[in-house]
Write a protein that binds this ligand. Structure first.
Ligand SMILES: [Zn+2]
Length: 73
């Protein structure tokens, strides 16, 4: 009987552990996503910025409208 209880306890512990691992991995993925975003470099001033904030023009990357105009114009 003690053996059976031990097996049940270990099984429950393993299930909880796997659930915890799964959740931890998802949490880490969610936290890591913003940092994983590609960093790009402004062609005019060389500043690094996230791709989502960059201006793309004729295949070139700029940090702001002013630098885009200055470089192209
Ligand atoms: Zn710039």
């Amino acid at each position: 009987m003690t053996k059976l209880l031990f097996i049940v306890a270990v099984t429950i512990a393993l299930v909880l552990w796997f659930k915890h691992m799964g959740r931890t991995k998802r949490d880490l993925d969610a936290k890591r996503r913003p940092e994983v975003e590609d960093m790009v470099r402004c062609k005019a001033c060389g500043v690094n910025l996230p791709r989502s904030e960059a201006l793309l023009s004729q295949g070139r990357i700029y940090c702001c409208e002013e630098h885009r105009r200055r470089d192209l114009g």
